[in-house]
Design a protein around this ligand. Sequence first.
Ligand code: ADP
Ligand code: ADP
Length: 234
Amino acid sequence: EVIMRVNDVSKNFINGVTDNQILNHISIDIYEGDFTVIMGPSGAGKSTLLYAISGMDKISEGEVFYKDKNITKMSENQMASLRSKEFGFVFQQTHLVSYLTLYENILAAGYTNHQNTVLNIKNRTHQLLEEMHISHVKDHLPSQVSGGEAQRAAIARALINQPGIIFADEPTGALNKANSEQVLDLMSRVHQSGQSILMVTHDIRAAMRGTRLLYIEDGHIVGEKQLIPYDGDD
Ligand code: ADP
Ligand code: ADP
């Protein structure tokens, strides 16, 4: 089942008189339940592609569909509503709110979806703290925990509204090797539970977790491979 369809998407940045085409007629189908990875050298257009697909950034040409909804045609309000209900985001930096505890950061994200009940949000927050192995530091501020713990809280926050798809942009980019492996093990676990994930990375260890690898160069998809995902359990 296709969850997202990227149809002939281009993105240009006009720089003075120079028209830089960063994404060049990209078409991809992203399948439900897949852990899709986009790799490629620095400057290839990976982040731009992720922002284009997730509706965080406008595209110059083409269309993006989420479950048959053409998100290219949506208003800012419709897009914001779709993003908060259906999309989860994880970045290199956690963007956790510095004066809220890990528990409060996750809880606050749950409250942005008005279909949730208070009890549901609280129960789910506790469940995610367990799953991400951060219950012991739930009342700490982001500055009081390790980088790995903070990123695991950011993943829990991304999952709180049970999104249809998680977008991850270099989720291990700011972590040391040990913390990266912990974060990746948990992302593998999340994928195994049925979550669709689209991740951009140049970290080969992160890419190995995927089920499908797309390779991008100069704004073109130049390669594609099905993977047998490594899940951390040697
Ligand atoms: P990657 O994530 O693969 O490293 P990016 O998507 O961040 O690559 O960037 C691709 C290219 O687009 C780079 O050459 C970058 O300089 C350019 N670019 C990204 N954002 C902008 C912007 N807002 N304005 C102009 N050029 C940009
Ligand atoms: P993990 O590998 O579990 O992500 P670390 O091994 O880096 O975490 O850290 C172990 C413990 O030390 C953690 O429980 C964390 O709360 C604490 N810790 C790590 N870095 C910091 C820090 N900068 N400030 C306060 N506590 C920290």
